[in-house]
Design a protein around this ligand. Sequence first.
Ligand SMILES: NC(=O)c1ccc[n+]([C@@H]2O[C@H](COP(=O)([O-])OP(=O)(O)OC[C@H]3O[C@@H](n4cnc5c(N)ncnc54)[C@H](OP(=O)(O)O)[C@@H]3O)[C@@H](O)[C@H]2O)c1
Length: 349
Amino acid sequence: MEKGVRATFDVAVVGATGLVGEAMLTILAERRFPVGRIHALASARSAGQQIRVGETELTVGDLAEFDFSQVQLALFSAGGAVSGEYAPRAAAAGCVVIDNTSRFRYDDDIPLVVPEVNASEIEGVRARGIIANPNCSTIQLVVVLKPIYDRVGIERVNVATYQSVSGAGRRALEALKTQTAAVLAGATLVSDGAPPHAANVVPHIDVFEDNGYTREEMKIVRETRKIMGDPGMRVNATAARVPVWFGHSEAVHIETRERISAREARALLSEAPGVRVVDDMPLPYPTALTDAAGADPVFVGRIREDISHERGLDMWVVADNVRKGGALNSVQVAEIWAERYSELYSRVR
Ligand SMILES: NC(=O)c1ccc[n+]([C@@H]2O[C@H](COP(=O)([O-])OP(=O)(O)OC[C@H]3O[C@@H](n4cnc5c(N)ncnc54)[C@H](OP(=O)(O)O)[C@@H]3O)[C@@H](O)[C@H]2O)c1
């Protein structure tokens, strides 16, 4: 094969038995990514298991045994510790890594990419062979901020999230189902270290940092600044877990540099890539269950001028955290990398 030109790419999906990994396999097939051989990898616990993607059965391989020189691309979603150990090894073997965990997101020489916002950053892959995928809550936020930022500037962002339990992985989702059944059967749930998710709203995702914010909240702050290319941007977040299965919702309040009316913002967002405006009667809003779950766009509604601030705008933003918040964004990044493969060849055999 001619150097730098490929018709297909051999791909490894690390964390293939998890919610994001499973969605990656599905989305690669749905979007007809030019996959040659595909390797589904997880821990030794699930090695040998069969998983089905459409008509294809894949046997799960053990990550610890895998030789990354067999593939050109690896999509990682098996937690930060796993990425910390294996992603640099995969990159050293000549394979490009798109990593869904927070492990490399804040490294200056690792691009953090949302294609609708900063696709050109992908060329930063040349430095270490790794591209980071942002946190699910950040992705849906920046897709909506970007067109407004480019038109009128944004001075401050204040966001409250209502995050589904699938964001905490398959085991948490199964626990929610069990807890919900117990509540419906009349049981009283008690804290088991952390408060239960069923019939509850929990303002605590990931660990607390020294400043009183949770790490999930600070991920939104740090990642929004990095992706928007505005290190001084004022961002404030409160992140809560709600007993929803799939789809994160966000109440977003922004203060723009120049005034923008709700009408102008609605028109602008209607044209924006990856955004679907749902802001009309009878229901001027999207929801996690009825719009976002299983869908690709970032939905936005309740677009209105803030009555407490002359340059304030309020919005309700909803997206599927497993798809656009994780797997879909990674595959979109992979598509751009694949298109530019010959140019970005230097990282690859
Ligand atoms: N869920 C979301 O909405 C979302 C969105 C964006 C990013 N993320 C990030 O993506 C990652 C995965 O999330 P998830 O929701 O898919 O979690 P999950 O459903 O709990 O799946 C975790 C996956 O990681 C694998 N794994 C765990 N330890 C491993 C090890 N030592 N070696 C190899 N594989 C190992 C598991 O394999 P076994 O079956 O062998 O245990 C499973 O395939 C996390 O870092 C998460 O923060 C999640």
